[in-house]
Design a protein around this ligand. Structure first.
Ligand code: ZN
Length: 358
């Protein structure tokens, strides 16, 4: 049963396409595997989210049926630049991106109107108002894009509207932070010339730039170039958990000054003050991050970015069906209905409208 007491949630990040392609499970059937499918979303009041196209390294192509195990493996393999695979080629990344984007388009087509890939903020709002599950086509890492930006034009026409320049590794455009803990996010170089061109092109045609995973220097390079609000779809407060995946107060100040948004990441390793990958993590820690994000960004700058299907959730939350527990914990901490509505979905709708222009 959806919980009518809480506003519908639109979520800033999931790896559900990876889970669907990796396990073969159906988006339309309730599963015990992973975190998101349509039945569990309806149960938890999840109305949609950013669906990531994420390309696994060719050296790393075993089936990943368990998101907890996948997260633990990634934390180890990508814990340091020295243990990461070399940057992948376009010959691997482009067909994989086609396969993953096609998975989403098939879900939309087979949904009989229950699922829609949204291309404008107005479409997103319409879906949230009418109980249509809204999918936003996002790339987590620009590996499938050629530096001439031909693929970008084609994917844009297909519905691609949000781009993380890099995951926690290196590509032709930018570099991401390894998962070491504790660490500052200042762990490598910023944007290449191709990366700067890519930011300008995304500004021009209406693709949101996502700053989660990027090095601190890359963050400041985007801040210097971009004409749009700064957004990190799934990152937490570095002052609470000193992971390089989280944002320092100085970075949060820059997000606030740009009118941007940060989505709370539910991964225990980015939530816990000790950085441990343990599901035995109380929901109060999530609200501690929210409190700090709201203090720095204001209530209009904070949203949710679960990392469902790509990370280890707190055991009490479990999966998309557990969303009301987080919203309850927020209400217990003193968040009123208007604040809950903004964090649950309205801040995403606002910043996407400002970024896309429609
Ligand atoms: Zn991520």
């Amino acid at each position: 049963m959806s919980d009518a007491k809480f506003p519908v949630v639109f979520d800033g990040h999931n790896d559900t396409v990876l889970s669907l392609t990796g396990t073969g499970r159906s988006f339309f059937e309730k599963s015990d595997v992973g975190h998101v499918d349509l039945p569990r979303s309806e149960e938890g009041g999840l109305g949609g989210g950013f669906f990531a196209v994420f390309i696994r390294d060719p050296q790393n192509f075993e089936e990943l049926t368990d998101p907890d195990q996948a997260a633990k493996k990634a934390m180890a393999q990508y814990g340091d630049v020295s243990t990461m695979p070399p940057p992948m080629g376009l010959d691997h990344a482009l067909p994989e991106a086609m396969r993953m984007a096609a998975t989403l388009f098939r879900v939309e087509r087979e949904s009989q109107g229950k699922v829609k890939i949204v291309r404008t903020a107005a479409e997103l709002q319409h879906c949230l108002d009418n109980g249509i599950f809204a999918m936003l086509l996002h790339f987590e890492g620009a590996e499938p894009l050629d530096t001439e930006l031909d693929a970008l034009e084609v994917f844009y026409q297909a519905g691609f509207r949000s781009l993380g320049l890099t995951w926690s590794r290196t590509n032709a455009f930018a570099q991401g932070v390894p998962f070491k803990f504790p660490s500052s996010p200042d762990l490598g170089p910023g944007l290449t010339e191709a990366g700067k061109n890519l930011v300008r092109k995304c500004n021009e045609i209406g693709i949101m730039i996502d700053l989660s995973h990027i090095t601190e220097q890359g963050f400041w390079d985007v801040q210097a170039i971009s004409t749009k609000p700064l957004v990190a779809t799934h990152s937490n407060a570095h002052v609470v958990s000193q992971s390089p995946r989280n944002l320092t107060d100085k970075q949060l100040d820059a997000v606030r000054d740009s009118g941007g948004v940060v989505g709370l990441n539910y991964h225990v390793g980015f939530l816990r003050p000790d950085g441990q990958n343990s599901a035995d993590t109380p929901l109060s820690v999530m609200v501690d991050h929210l409190d700090h994000l709201v203090e720095k960004l204001g209530i209009d700058g904070v949203a949710l970015g679960s990392d469902y299907d790509g990370a280890t959730m707190p055991a009490d939350l479990k999966d998309a069906a557990g969303m009301p527990k987080l919203l309850s914990a927020m209400r217990d901490r003193g968040y009123d209905d208007d604040s809950l509505r903004k964090i649950a979905h309205a801040n995403w709708v606002r910043v996407l409208k400002e970024t896309w222009g429609e």
